[in-house]
Ligand binder design. Structure first.
Ligand code: S3P
Length: 174
């Protein structure tokens, strides 16, 4: 039987993992943890700053450390950074230690949601919208093989209440 103490939400930037994660945690009476917040807090600086000063490889190592640390937690909903499942065998760890849900969303829809948030997301930085859409489509394609390993795939376009109740039923039947 799957460990239901850890519920992982995975998916591309802007797919709403944190918002859904908070609502889900409340409905389950679980704690909520966002890996980006966890890393930023531990480092005492923003994710953008970590990327800029230390580079992506360093950030991915911090993600791996954060993941290993949180595996011991009980009753926690984890919103992972968009890239986390796709590096350093993290998806394997996620699958072995909890129930995972992929919030699937089309690149065009994600772009609309991310347009005004570029400065908080170091990988998006200065790209204009047309370039960004192409870049996102390419990245999503590369990452798909990891995201698709989730235990359940959800339509990220649905509203939060619907997703929370869908996840609740999947947890019960798992
Ligand atoms: C990243 C996604 C971000 C954050 C970092 C890198 C990625 O998290 O971890 O900017 O590689 O997709 P969100 O998905 O929470 O925006």
């Amino acid at each position: 039987m799957k460990n239901k103490n850890l519920i992982f939400l995975i998916g591309f930037m802007g797919s709403g993992k944190s918002t859904l994660g908070r609502a889900l945690a409340e409905s389950l009476a679980y704690d909520f943890l966002d890996t980006d917040d966890f890393i930023a807090q531990k480092e005492g600086r923003s994710i953008s700053n970590i990327f800029r000063i230390e580079g992506e490889e360093y950030f991915r190592e911090q993600e791996k450390k954060a993941l290993l640390k949180l595996l011991k937690r009980k009753k926690t909903v984890v919103a992972t950074g968009g890239g986390l499942p796709c590096f350093l065998e993290n998806m394997l760890m996620i699958k072995e230690n909890g129930l995972s849900f992929f919030l699937e969303m089309e690149a065009e829809y994600l772009l609309e949601r991310l347009k005004n948030e570029k400065e908080h997301r170091p990988l998006l930085d200065e790209k204009d919208d047309e370039i960004l859409l192409l870049w996102m489509k390419k990245k999503i394609k590369e990452r798909e093989e990891f995201y698709q390993q989730a235990d359940f795939i959800l339509d990220g376009g649905k509203d939060i209440e619907e997703l929370v109740s869908e996840i609740n039923s999947k947890i019960i039947s798992s």
